[in-house]
Design a protein around this ligand. Structure first.
Ligand SMILES: Cc1ncc(COP(=O)(O)O)c(C=O)c1O
Length: 428
């Protein structure tokens, strides 16, 4: 039988999230449906702050908007004393709409357009550059008060190869040598405040890795300080804190991680006389990943060489299985107490053979009309979804102590055409 953990509950064989009955939610709001538990987001943010702040008080949690950019969710996260990490102009706009102050927003783009650099400069957010040579482009618009560079510390790690952002084979970050060049040019241009940043991969489950890369970043900062003669106001060690997707997988020990990283940071800044700069993290997945499930309805079951369970959730609704072969646990929301007895492939309705949510998965007997709950869908779920095959994107519901509110309406065909313009000659 499935192990059901908060914010999920098994009430007499029916799955609940945040006190709300998932079968009733599927009935009321339709499927596919993303259901997010507000309480879980708050717990995750608070757990992160508690893991770091007691060990290093000059600490700030920023949320990586790319994981889930729903405005209601951003507003919940902002109310937990956090900042935001934006990857583009649109995310800067969303952060401001959600109430984040400019000084609490960092902008980490890559291969930036000049217009986006100009927008970021005018927005007064903290700009974090992915290449020393981009600084000259930025300086055409203004001399910002603060600048930071994204360092590639030479190592990277991630749950799938597509989630490794540091080390030899990635398009991200700069070396220590290039950083020296970048910070020298910034100092020469009259920039007064400096930060240093890295983001080496996503969904990392090993505690020690984070203190290892923190040590590397501090070493590089010390080298920059020596060569360029600047002081660092903040260090941003990125996000990447993993959550467990597989049954039986151990959770990341975030308390041990926070303590260890803070200690490494204190030792390093003391060793190199770097003062007491602000320590920032910018996770996405850890804050929202396990706060949401995705509800799917089973429409047809085909028994051919294999059994295919066809649902209304496909790669258009949840891309991660097709993109990384990512594993998401799946429950039958309306019959939780049944035992596994068959192996099935659970798929969507998209005309691609990669449209598979689970392959060769051991499940209890699934029937047409069942509601399936796909777990840990809060990060890079809706955010990566598309209208492929002309399928409207899902609706989103927020639950809080049993009460459910719609936070994004389901799309319809009018959303496909709203920005289209058909020339009059084609209308004859
Ligand atoms: C620059 C940057 N910061 C933070 C994140 C958040 O990563 P995660 O969701 O693994 O915490 C990402 C993810 O791609 C990123 O690119």
């Amino acid at each position: 039988m499935w192990k059901i953990e908060p914010p999920l509950e098994n009430r007499k064989g029916t799955l609940y999230i945040g006190g709300a009955n998932t079968v009733e939610l599927a009935e009321k709001f339709g499927t596919p449906l993303y259901v997010t538990d507000e309480g879980r987001i708050r717990e995750n943010a608070r757990r992160l702050i508690r893991a770091f702040k007691p060990h290093y008080s000059n600490f700030k949690l920023k949320y990586a908007i790319k994981a889930n950019n729903n405005l209601s969710i951003l507003r919940i996260i902002r109310s937990e004393d956090t900042g935001a990490d934006a990857s583009c102009a649109e995310e800067i706009k969303l952060a401001k709409m959600a109430g984040f102050e400019a000084h609490d927003i960092s902008y980490t783009g890559n291969y930036n357009s000049s217009s986006e650099l100009k927008f970021a400069t005018n927005s007064n957010v903290i700009i974090n550059l992915d290449d020393a040579a981009i600084l000259a482009k930025l300086l055409k618009f203004a001399v910002p008060e603060t600048i930071s560079f994204r360092i590639n510390p030479g190592v990277g790690r991630g749950k799938y190869s597509g989630l490794v952002f540091g080390g030899g084979k990635t398009k991200f970050g700069i070396s220590a040598e290039d950083a020296i060049e970048g910070y020298s040019a910034a100092k020469k241009a009259g920039i007064k405040r400096f930060g240093i940043h890295m983001m080496t991969g996503s969904c990392v489950m090993e505690v020690d890795y984070f203190s290892e890369i923190t040590e590397k970043l501090v070493d590089i900062a010390a080298q920059v300080k020596r060569e360029v003669g600047i002081k660092f106001d903040f260090f941003n060690i990125g996000g990447g804190f993993g959550i467990s997707y597989q049954p039986g997988e151990e959770d990341l020990d975030i308390n041990a991680l926070g303590k260890q990283v803070a200690q490494t940071f204190k030792d390093g800044t003391k060793k190199y006389s770097l003062g007491e700069p602000e320590l920032m993290i910018e996770p996405g997945r850890y804050i929202v990943g396990d706060s949401a499930i995705l509800l799917a309805r089973v429409h047809h079951i085909k028994h051919s060489a294999k059994t295919y369970v066809g649902t209304d959730v496909g790669m258009n609704t949840l891309l991660r299985p097709a993109l990384y072969k990512a594993y998401h646990q799946i429950f039958i929301a309306n019959r939780l107490n049944e035992k596994s007895k068959q192996r099935v492939n659970i798929c969507g309705q998209i005309c691609e053979n990669t449209d598979m949510i689970a392959e060769d998965r051991e499940m209890p007997e699934i029937r047409e009309g069942d509601v399936l709950a796909i777990l840990n869908a809060g990060a890079y779920g809706f955010a990566m979804s598309s209208q492929y095959n002309s399928r409207p994107r899902a609706a989103e519901v927020l639950v809080n102590r049993g009460y459910a509110e719609i936070i994004r309406e389901r799309e319809s065909v009018s959303d496909f055409i709203i920005r289209q313009r058909v020339p009059a000659r084609l209308m004859k």
